[in-house]
Design a protein around this ligand. Structure first.
Ligand code: PGA
Length: 250
């Protein structure tokens, strides 16, 4: 079941250049429509486009976020990386952490935990991704894996206010396959339960990601108490992204 305050996060991954930026004109226009006044759109382009996105969206309600950061809060000799301070300095407000594609490149739960702490101290909002692989699902380890990712990833983090959890089954990312709604309900219920128990929150924000597209959104929006969607491939085409938003909020 959806509501008007839904998040729509566009993860552009390693795609896009300066000439791609004008493609979001129609999305900016959409946010001026009263009907979509309350939704929260977060664009997460590659680092090279953060500043241009911030400039482009400055008179709109669209937020900008990075797709990862270094765990070190201070400036330092880390060739090839940027830290949360630099993301903040670009005018961005969000950062995706724990994405399975970053985990694949070596980000482990403990490192992700340090990154989250660093991003929180830079006053960024975090989209914290968790999800099981196909093999883990096949071996009935989903609950165990999600538990571990949450417990280690969020260890010693007291304030949950600036964290949104994105449940993204790894086997669903970029494959066109989505979980059954019943399974999603269960996973999201379990995630909420852990967070409510440890952080004493009434309503933690959980979004779903993995092959969200204009064709399956009618099905996905049936998930009760979902707070939005993280959209990868389909967000790079603004027509598809707008379609997803319009079909969710109707
Ligand atoms: P996808 O990506 O929508 O292309 O499956 C989602 C993600 O990686 O966050």
């Amino acid at each position: 079941m959806t509501n008007n305050n839904m998040y729509f996060v566009a993860n552009w991954k390693m795609y896009g250049n300066q000439s791609s930026i004008s493609s979001i004109n129609n999305v900016i226009k959409l946010t001026k429509d009263k009907k979509f006044r309350k939704i929260r759109i977060v664009y997460c382009p590659p680092f090279t486009l953060l500043r241009s996105f911030v400039e482009k969206t400055k008179n709109s309600k669209i937020y900008v976020g990075a797709q990862n950061c270094h765990y070190e809060i201070e400036y330092g000799p880390h060739t090839g990386f940027i830290n949360s301070k630099m993301i903040k300095d670009s005018g961005s407000k969000f950062v995706i952490l724990g994405h399975s594609e970053s985990r694949r490149e070596g980000d482990q739960d403990k490192i992700i935990n340090k990154k989250i702490k660093s991003a929180l101290s830079s006053n960024l909002k975090i989209i914290f991704c968790i999800g099981e692989t196909f093999n883990e699902k096949k071996n009935n380890q989903t609950k165990f894996v999600l538990n571990k990712q949450i417990n280690v990833g969020l260890e010693k983090i007291k304030n949950f206010k600036n964290i949104i959890v994105a449940y993204e089954p790894v086997w669903s990312i970029g494959t066109g396959i989505i979980p059954k709604i019943n399974d999603l309900e269960k996973q999201i219920y379990d995630i909420k339960k852990i967070i409510i128990k440890f952080w004493k929150l009434k309503n933690p924000k959980i979004i779903y990601g993995g092959s969200v597209n204009p064709k399956n959104i009618a099905e996905l929006k049936k998930i009760s108490s979902i707070n939005g969607f993280l959209v990868g491939g389909a967000s790079q085409n603004s027509k598809n992204f707008i379609d997803i938003i319009k079909k969710t909020i109707n």
